[in-house]
Design a protein around this ligand. Sequence first.
Ligand code: ATP
Ligand code: MG
Length: 563
Amino acid sequence: MRLSRLFAPTTKEAPKDAVLPSHIFLVRGGFIAQIGSGIYNYLPLGKMVLDRIRSVVKEELDAVGNQEVLLGFVTPSELWKESGRYDKFGKELLRFKDRKNNEFVLGPTHEEAMVDLVRNRVKSYKQLPLNLYQINTKFRDEARPRYGLLRGREFIMKDGYSFHESVEDMQREYALMEKTYGRILDRLGLRYRVVEADSGAIGGSGSKEFMVLADNGEDDIVICEGCDYAANIEAAKRAPREVDASDVEMTPGSFHTPGVRTIEELASFFRISPDFLVKAVAKKAIYPDHEEVVLFFLRGSDTLQETKAATACGALELAEASKEALEEAGLVPGYIGPDVQGVQKYVDLELKEQAPMICGDNKPDSHYVGYSFKGKAFDYRDLVTVEAGDRCHRCGGRLTVTKGIEVGHIFQLGTRYSEALQATFLDRNGKAQPFVMGTYGIGVSRLVAVVVEQHHDERGCIWTEETTPFEVMIILSNAKDDTQREYGETLYAQLREKGKRVLLDDRNERFGFKMSDFELFGFPRAVIVGKGLKEGKVELVDRGTLQKEEVSADAVASRLMES
Ligand code: ATP
Ligand code: MG
């Protein structure tokens, strides 16, 4: 390709809302262009990167026996009603009607559609296992689309679904997918961790996420320094915090605490560590058909983990509960305690059997001192946010918290969808059984941005070998110079003949301008054809280090063939 012909409009200005390097450089480098909120067009360079990632994904999946299919992006709502997810999925699901008033959704994920494809077509255990995948557009009406390709509304996902006759066989495939996803990310040149995850709206038992380590990641991941335990903060466990109550004495009873509402105020009022205070967190839980106030109780020194809390009460999402909403529910803000009645409530597991504690007394200006959880039957759940310095529940090692970007997610799904959609096969005894399923997703378009997020400098992208649109750029420092031009053209032809992906910068532009485009594009290396050519020399530049090396003009082609 000649840069003079390539549609790659580079710019100096970044989009106003762009804060992350990947968003800035992909737009400035002419890889992508926004057309609507959370919706992007791919220009030729962006499409090349996307295709390269897509083919690495495909090669690795095909190599382990997965088969590629392509399902309709538009899915009949009927299937989503059959699975019960039509209401559960919430506002991210874009629903619409056609001219005949039939209802449809834009597929945000395709469990239902894939089960529908397989049901009544796979009839016997002899046809199992089966692992089908597609690389296709998805739509989720995200509340806050942002960061360019990292969180779009329209995006491209590889989603795979496997069908098995037994849980054991599904788990075998799940382990194989974990390995395969690892190989894909290794080939793309990414540093990542596999972490235990929350299973979210898709449902099912075990699930793991592939997190690419990046300072700008939206996800917090907990990593143990002592063993290989790693988990998304939404699912992370810890060894219970040890609290020494041996010299804490309290005489049980109500205590007048006018104007003392927060944990900080209480701690200083009673001159006691927040470890001995019970924190009440009130949330507005949003369900498909209604909203209600839900209470979560935890130790004063802990923070509520919202995903764990939403899972506990089965809400679509949690929102802030206003003072008015609390009062309407009969609660006394600032003085809510675990014995309150008439509201849905959950207590953190680590409070089980704890005593003595100080908690709200459910009446104005009063707390209860010397409260005991011993023998109390609450709905105990894991509700806490794990923090750096907490101890690993497996090995007791120190836990740290770091940032990651989720690029893949694998689930042991079980029979949740096959049962709901009545998709069965005949087992070895001739009995109809629901398929045991696994599901596996990779954010293909998100990966385009993730590569840049992990590989860039202040000048632009630095593509890895498998993801770069071009392996070499040949820069003619003066395109009007006949000798340079002739040499450049010959080298260009030679490399192309040998199968290299080469871009020839034959534009009639200043050298500095061309160099800054090279740095912005981020192809791994360039050959600079300049004045040195008279002495038989050209320069080889490494994009990662920006180091230049003088090389004999005759030898550069063979040097490049080695890399
Ligand atoms: P997130 O927690 O980031 O919202 P998710 O858990 O909802 O993602 P999954 O349903 O597990 O996502 O989808 C599989 C993969 O699709 C994710 O691992 C991610 O790489 C990608 N993905 C999900 N949502 C988006 C989005 N809005 N934009 C781009 N890629 C996405
Ligand atoms: Mg996920």
